[in-house]
Design a protein around this ligand. Structure first.
Ligand code: ZN
Length: 474
């Protein structure tokens, strides 16, 4: 365990160091210990369980957590921190607080299933494996959330020793760049954490905000070596795919992540229907998690970009329309299999591995009048990857399913900055201030290295790519 006695300010990287999940960074002064993010490591079940069950800081000794956004690799391990004794405040934006509650409740369910699965795999006579946390831990944690508005300084302590401000990061609803002003004795430092940096011109979200430099910047580097392909006009593509399905009497299956991607698609469909560019054929949102999250988008629609504000002037719900039905339960979801004629289903999960989308795919793939629309990256060995490769047969529930449907892969909705976006953000930010020491996290080694070259000229010091457990004083 890392020792808390600190003479100077210190930062220790406890996750997302040299990899893209498990975001967790500890900032210590002589009086305070603050954790930036407390995310899950994600990957193979047993391996991630091992990484996630141990904390390398003492939960009881932490003064506060600051959460950049509600993706599970940034907030997923917070309930376990609570279970192990952390009772301090969790500062985040108000939308992030609402979304994190939904995501963590869902995650508690997954923890229960994972523990059951791992217990079954145990050989010999062992006590069953406990879930990392339960919904009770999530409830306890949520009570300590301190939702904050964007762009206003908050004091984290009575004597103004630590001040905090959230700025829009343009990555997902509620996502923030975290600005900290930390006083320790006579020293004062400006520490900034990018969280996950988004892109300019993305649907729904306001653009990321350039900042006024920082003494210490912790910056993500997920796509630090990549230039995203030009954004396709997703709305026009959806119009064509669904229009064709209407003519052919086929069904359109859209596997989509519940948080962010689903709401973007529903928003585009709503626009097409408002503009009378699409016939209002039956459409189904078949993911209870996505439905709950969509309610949060409605609650915070006034914080979304100018296009949404324009829509709101004549349409009070940009995330719903008369022919869109939210599917209530598993039974109703399965009943859709018997439905005839053209219709559209948007269902979790994104890479087609589990969730209700699997049975829709099983039904739709063997028939050529149907379409499957894939969005974004499909990891190797996933069902989504097999479909994307247009294999003759796709393995689902242990059986080979013929893949005759029309497969369409749409690009252009990545929520992460690429090289061009990073360059823009660093350039604009250095017009307003300067960067002292930059630490590059949340990226595979090649991405972090490439980004380090790209931003070198915007920093006073050579950027550092920390490894897990690395500690730096400043
Ligand atoms: Zn994220």
């Amino acid at each position: 365990m890392f020792q808390p006695e600190v003479e100077r300010m210190r930062i220790t990287f406890l996750g997302a160091a040299g990899e893209v999940t498990g975001s967790q960074h500890l900032i210590e002064t002589s009086h305070r210990r603050i954790l930036l993010d407390c995310g899950f490591f994600q990957g193979r079940r047993a391996e991630s369980r091992k990484k996630n069950e141990t904390f390398h800081c003492d939960p009881e000794n932490l003064d506060a957590v600051i959460l950049s956004h509600a993706h599970i690799d940034h907030c997923g391990n917070l309930p376990q921190l609570y279970r192990k004794g952390f009772r301090g405040p969790v500062f985040c934006t108000d939308a992030t607080a609402d979304i994190a509650e939904i995501m963590l409740m869902d995650s508690a369910k997954i923890q229960r299933e994972d523990a059951k699965y791992l217990s079954r795999k145990l050989e010999g006579d062992h006590p069953p494996i406990e879930p990392l946390y339960t919904s009770k831990d999530v409830q306890g944690l949520i009570e300590n959330f301190e939702p904050c508005p964007f762009s206003e300084w908050q004091s984290l302590s009575e004597n103004n020793e630590v001040r905090l401000r959230f700025q829009p990061a343009g990555h997902v609803l509620g996502s923030a760049i975290v600005e900290l002003e930390v006083k320790d004795g006579t020293e004062q430092k400006r520490i900034v954490f990018s969280g996950d940096l988004g892109r300019r011109g993305m649907p729904l979200l306001k653009d990321p905000v350039p900042i006024e430099g920082a003494d210490v910047l912790i910056c993500e580097s997920t796509y630090g070596s990549r230039v995203h392909p030009p954004s396709q006009d997703i709305k026009t593509q959806l119009k064509k795919i669904i229009g064709d399905a209407y003519v052919n009497g086929g069904r359109v299956i859209i596997p989509a992540f519940s948080f962010g991607r689903t709401q973007q698609i529903v928003y585009f469909l709503n626009e097409l229907i408002n503009n009378r560019e699409l016939f209002c054929l039956p459409m189904f949102l078949d993911s209870p998690l996505a439905s709950r999250l969509t309610h949060v988008f409605r609650k915070y629609d006034h914080t979304l970009d100018s296009d949404v504000q324009e829509t709101l002037k004549f349409d009070d719900d940009p995330f719903g329309f008369s022919c869109l039905t939210e599917v209530e339960n598993q039974q109703k979801s399965i009943e859709l299999n018997k439905r005839r004629g053209a219709f559209v289903v948007i269902a979790a999960s994104g890479m087609c591995e589990n969730g209700r989308v699997v049975h829709h795919l099983k039904q739709a793939l063997p028939h050529e009048e149907n379409s499957v629309v894939l969005m974004g990256y499909q990891a190797p060995h996933t069902t989504g990857r097999q479909i994307a490769e247009k294999r003759e047969f796709v393995r689902i529930h242990g059986r080979d399913v013929a893949c005759k449907a029309n497969i369409i892969q749409l690009e252009g909705l990545s929520a992460h900055a690429d090289v061009v976006d990073f360059k823009w953000w660093f350039e604009e930010s250095t017009k307003r201030g300067h960067f002292g020491q930059v630490f590059l996290v949340h990226g595979e080694p090649d991405s972090a290295k490439a980004l380090s070259q790209t931003i070198r000229d915007y920093c006073d010091e050579e950027p550092i790519i920390p490894q897990f457990g690395d500690s730096f004083e400043f």
